[in-house]
Design a protein. Structure first.
Lengths: 640, 79
């Protein structure tokens, strides 16, 4: 079995004192969530994960808060024994910043649990339901060579899965996570199984493909267990002895890997996937040391095995950038020397234009990574740091434990694979905006320099030729709306997280007023930059449930224009008062004065810093912002 | 590896699997004597033993185990 995957080798090995550290947790005070996360971030085996989960359960039962871990309730419906999986799931979720509570009904009660309104799962208020089914749970009938019967079987299975989903949606409205199906390792014919309609492999291939398409369209989530099993090998994945003995759905050796994948998915649903990759240069991006070996001496060329290994790192970084991951550089070098290969080496794939922040100096890496996070306005928990040097990795892990630092093997040939295996950038959806995001951050750098030249903010804002577009929530924008709701930390007044079904509910509820806001300017399209939800609370009053904005558009008076738009619709709906709330978190201090600046009156302040604000609709007159306003898709006489 | 060495290694494994350092191993010790020794922990115990001793038990061998004495005898016959 490949130890990279079976032993989670991108994580540092657990220290010999691991058990003692877990035992000690009960005596520790302070932010226990951070300490738990540090312990969960080692490469733990099944027994260690079980032990850690037991300690977490004990802390919970004592009423200890697990902050800053994000709570998440996951129900598991399975046709096999999931008891052994639950503790590793809880411990692995902590690794990804989530305090997971698992609801686990009786074994093999999948349909009953999904379909009856008063089942344990449907009463559980779960955030998500994981259908942990394997192929043995499916109504599969092989029909060799008979494509019509085989297609009917595939449609029957899809229909069954959709029925389960509808039960859950009707009764608990949780996100549904489906697993793709790993085929058994034993073929009926041999190679022909793949080609001949109606064989088990053919059926499962078709089911996986159709299920994937269905999930993409329905807004549910796919956990690609078939892909995971392919990666480690089907013969490693399935263990007939363990199935016979205990109905374990796959080999015990792979439980830590599976649990980490479930945890990544849950964490992505909570918007906790990482957003930026910080690269070391010498012996990471290229072979050799640029300061010593010079432009001709570094290894980064096709045809040279070592050079190709480093090119693979560059290629993978570019693939990440293409899907919206931000790239940065942290290198101990003289800035000018470090930039030379990016500018002058013909074989380099990475170019300066791909790097949002370039930190080459002689400071320690922790200081540089902090500077990169500040410059990007991202938290340290959004960062991944790739460095070949174990000493640098150790330093960053020690000083900045929130940063993910993958362990790397000796041979650079495996760097890219190890980084990918870590799953730091797991996503549950993909919006068109993602394609452009890495570029936005660079455009922002351009805007900042223009601001310096333009002299005077108002002249600068006018020179941007901004167009702001308002629309109510719709299905086209939903993926990005859900993403913003779950990712935005800083410019977020209430930090309420909503799942796809909850957003859809707001979209369809005529009493709820919603806004998705886009902004473009002379540099290009910023995409969706703000989301607002107003709910009626008492007669004539809208409570601003959610107001968040992308930090990319800070300082451009966008919030003033959004308020004008809200007021316009409020007046049309006969609303007399807007009620705003600021709920403080560790990250949103930026907007403590948001309502004050917009002319609201403070009504109350609670002990934890929560403030409530009112604005009478009739006399409100927010500042005019220099931008063109477009309003689309609002029903003229929508009754709120 | 003699019997006492097997017992010593097993004691460590029991502590790890049951998260309990108070278990004293003796040949007659069986599942009913140990808190939390249910069918699933039993599987986890056997899998941990297989890996630690680098051996593999057959399905029928697993079915026949009644107590720690049986377990030690089985390990001894395989290493």
């Amino acid at each position: 079995m490949n130890p990279l995957y079976a032993e989670l080798q991108w994580l540092p090995p657990a220290p010999a004192s691991f058990s003692a550290l877990v035992k000690d947790l009960g005596h520790r005070s302070g932010a226990i969530g951070e300490q738990l996360r540090a312990l969960a971030s080692y490469a733990l085996d099944l027994n260690q994960l079980t032990k850690l989960a037991k300690a977490i359960g004990k802390l919970r039962s004592e009423g200890r808060p697990l902050t800053p871990l994000a709570p998440f309730r996951l129900a598991i419906l399975s046709n096999s024994t999931s008891d052994l999986l639950v503790p590793p799931l809880v411990a692995s979720a902590v690794r990804h910043g989530v305090a997971l509570e698992v609801v686990q009904p009786c074994y093999d009660q999948v349909a009953q649990e999904a379909l009856s309104p008063d089942s344990q799962v449907n009463r559980s208020k779960a955030d998500a339901v994981l259908f942990a089914l394997d192929y043995r749970a499916l109504p599969l009938k092989t029909s060799l060579g008979d494509i019509e019967a085989a297609s009917a079987t595939v449609q029957g299975v899809l229909g069954y899965l959709q029925t389960l989903r509808e039960g859950i949606k009707k009764h608990v409205n949780a996100v549904c996570i489906f697993q793709s199906f790993a085929p058994p390792a034993e073929p009926q014919f041999g190679s022909l199984d793949r080609a001949l309609p109606g064989t088990l492999r053919w059926l499962l291939d078709e089911i996986n493909r159709e299920l994937a398409a269905y999930v993409l369209a329905s807004g549910d989530v796919l956990l690609d267990v078939a892909g995971l099993a392919e990666t480690v090998g089907l013969a490693n994945w399935h263990d007939p002895q363990l199935w016979n003995l205990a109905k374990l759905p796959f080999s015990d050796r792979l439980i830590p890997l599976y649990a980490d994948h479930v945890a990544r998915t849950v964490s992505a649903l909570r918007g906790k996937s990482r957003k930026a990759l910080i690269l070391d240069l010498d012996n990471t991006v290229w072979g050799g040391v640029i300061g010593d070996d010079g432009l001709e001496g570094i290894q980064v060329a096709q045809g040279d095995a070592r050079g190709e290994a480093h090119l693979a790192v560059q290629r993978y970084a570019l693939e990440l950038r293409q899907r919206g991951i931000i790239l940065a550089v942290s290198s101990k070098n003289t800035d000018e020397v470090a930039r030379t290969p990016f500018e002058k080496h013909p074989e380099m794939l990475l170019r300066l234009e791909h790097i949002a922040v370039f930190q080459a100096n002689w400071n320690d890496k922790a200081t540089n990574i902090q500077a990169i996070a500040d410059e990007l306005s991202l938290g340290l928990d959004a960062m991944v740091f790739l460095d070949d040097n174990p000493a640098e990795r150790g330093l960053v892990r020690k000083l900045l434990p929130q940063v993910a630092v993958p362990e790397l093997p000796e041979d650079p040939a495996y760097y890219a694979r190890t980084l990918a295996a870590g799953g730091y950038f797991e996503a549950v959806s993909f919006a068109q905006e993602d394609l452009k995001r890495a570029g936005f951050y660079q455009d922002n750098a351009c805007r900042a320099s223009l601001q310096k030249q333009a002299g005077g903010v108002d002249a600068y804002l006018a020179s941007l030729e901004m167009t702001i577009t308002f629309q109510p929530f719709d299905s086209t924008g939903r993926a990005r709306i859900v993403q913003l709701i779950n990712k935005s930390n800083q410019y977020n007044l209430t930090t309420r997280r909503y799942t796809d079904p909850e957003v859809e509910e707001a979209e369809c509820d005529p009493s709820v007023f919603t806004l998705q806001v886009r902004l473009s300017d002379i540099f290009g399209d910023n995409g969706m930059i703000s989301v607002v939800i107003c709910r009626p609370c008492e007669a004539g009053v809208w409570e601003i449930d959610t107001w968040l904005m992308s930090c990319r558009v800070l300082g451009r008076k966008v919030e003033h224009e959004i308020l004008r738009e809200i007021l316009k619709h409020a007046r049309a709906a006969g609303i007399r008062k807007l009620a705003g709330t600021y709920r403080p978190t560790e990250r949103n201090g930026l907007v403590a004065d948001h309502y004050l600046k917009l002319g609201f009156t403070k009504m109350s302040e609670e002990e934890g810093g929560l403030t409530r604000w009112d604005l009478p609709v009739a006399e409100a007159e927010p500042e005019n912002a220099p931008m063109k306003v477009v309003s689309l898709g609002f029903a003229p006489a929508k009754g709120y | 590896m003699d019997e006492s060495q097997i017992y010593a290694l097993l004691a460590k494994i029991f502590e790890d699997v049951f998260d309990d350092d108070s278990i004293v191993l003796r040949p007659g010790l069986s599942a009913k004597d140990v808190d939390g020794w249910d069918s699933l922990t039993h599987i986890r115990l056997l899998l941990t033993i297989e890996r630690a001793f680098k051996i593999k038990f057959s399905t029928s061998e697993i079915g026949k185990l009644a107590n720690v004495g049986d377990l030690v005898a089985l390990i001894q016959s395989r290493i």
